[in-house]
Design a protein around this ligand. Structure first.
Ligand code: TXA
Ligand code: MG
Length: 381
């Protein structure tokens, strides 16, 4: 069931009663849908292993894929991080002060005994201090216990979708995934629309595990260190470091080749290939019609009265020549941030329309498009 987090009387105000109710549900070990500025999460008390177990079960997520823990923005998230991390390297502190609260997740060495199940067996922990006002209202309420109840230090929350599927960016998407029995806190459509940037801070240098709205460039500028991708780190790190760190690549489901997958098959193409694919489709259709007319002596003037079936959706930044009425065109916005904001909702709309194939224009190969390229690439794998 969806509960609005806002009161709309004169002006907009976060509803304290609703926040208190969700806070109570989390303290009691239930899982709930929560809004963040990136995507909606499926949240529970990060230190309550039974509750966290329910998240894995509901998502059908393998138990060794760690969850991100969200902390309150008192003091910029520092005290929350101190509860879960055994050490915060100087460059990670710089990133916290530059981007928290905001869409950046830091992987830090985990204090033994905290968020054990949420960490999925890793000795590290993924931490994020979200900027969404509703998420923060809930997190802050959980840190201030009324009536002697226990403090909840963090909400473990993966994206609120079944494992491998498209992430939700509205409360209704969350309901579509998990049904009406889940309580979903509605904080409106997510601003960013794609998941947080993940920077691993456990290897001495910043390593990007997942691109997001905060670019590698921005991370680099904030901490003054070159940010490597996982592949670059493996390539560049000398054998000694790798040995000292043990197995170096932590599990990150967002880094699996296939993820964020719609039901339709998605193909990425440059504009030229897209146009020739559309032209070929048209030609094939005309040929098919000619053959059908010859063989069944259907009158050339007879109108086709069969219902329109949409098989292909085109998602591109530029207008294309589309003749077939079986193809739907959806204009891709011009900026990376706008595409990120609508991307998952558009994929869900195509699925709902029964589209079988999505032909999307490959986004530009520049840093600001990194997050969108990554999501589209994985959705097409
Ligand atoms: O924007 C986001 O990050 C959203 C919202 C809800 O906060 N959450 C999200 O969670 O995307 P999820 O579970 O869908 O993706 C979390 C990613 C996974 O790829 C996971 O493997 C990685 O973070 N991760 C979490 N803890 C980790 C750790 N200790 N080491 C390496 N990767 C970790
Ligand atoms: Mg996810």
């Amino acid at each position: 069931m969806i509960f609005s987090a806002y009161i709309f009387a004169d002006g907009v105000e976060i509803a304290p009663g609703v926040i208190a109710t969700f806070s109570r549900m989390i303290r009691e070990g239930l899982i709930v849908g929560v809004p963040t500025e990136t995507v909606y999460g499926l949240g529970a008390d990060a230190d309550l292993d039974v509750a966290v177990g329910r998240i894995f079960a509901a998502k059908q997520r393998p138990a060794d894929h760690p969850l991100i823990v969200h902390v309150a923005a008192f003091d910029g998230g520092i005290s929350g991080a101190a509860h879960y991390a055994s050490r915060v390297p100087a460059f990670a502190q710089q990133l916290m002060s530059a981007f928290w609260p905001g869409p950046l997740t830091l992987i830090l060495p985990r204090k033994p005994g905290v968020a054990t199940v949420a960490a999925g067996g890793q000795n590290s922990i993924g931490l994020r201090c979200p900027s969404h006002p509703v998420a923060q209202a809930l997190l802050k309420n959980l840190r201030s216990p009324e009536g002697g109840q226990l403090v909840v230090w963090g909400i473990a929350a993966p994206s609120a979708n079944k494992f491998g599927r498209v992430s939700p960016t509205t409360a209704a998407h969350v309901m579509d995934e998990f049904g009406d029995s889940l309580a979903v806190l509605d904080g409106g459509p997510c601003d960013m629309g794609i998941e947080s940037t993940i920077i691993d801070c456990t290897r001495g240098v910043p390593v990007q595990l997942r691109p997001g709205s905060i670019s590698r460039q921005q991370v680099q500028e904030a901490c003054g260190l070159k940010v490597l991708t996982d592949a670059e780190f493996v390539e560049q790190a000398d054998a000694q470091i790798i040995q000292a760190q043990g197995s170096i690549a932590p599990r990150a489901s967002g880094t699996l080749a296939s993820h964020y997958a719609p039901n339709a098959k998605l193909r990425l193409m440059d504009l030229k290939s897209l146009q020739s694919a559309l032209d070929m489709l048209e030609e094939a259709k005309l040929n098919g019609r000619r053959v059908a007319q010859k063989s069944s002596a259907v009158s050339a003037v007879e109108k086709d009265t069969s219902p329109k079936i949409v098989h292909i959706a085109v998602y591109a930044r530029n207008r294309l020549r589309i003749k077939s009425d079986e193809v739907i065109f959806r204009a891709m916005p011009q900026s990376a941030a706008q595409v990120a904001h609508e991307l998952f909702a558009v994929l869900r709309e195509f699925d709902a329309a029964g589209v079988k194939l999505i032909w999307a224009e490959t986004p530009p190969d520049t840093v600001e498009w990194e997050g969108v390229r990554d999501r589209l690439g994985r959705a097409s794998a």
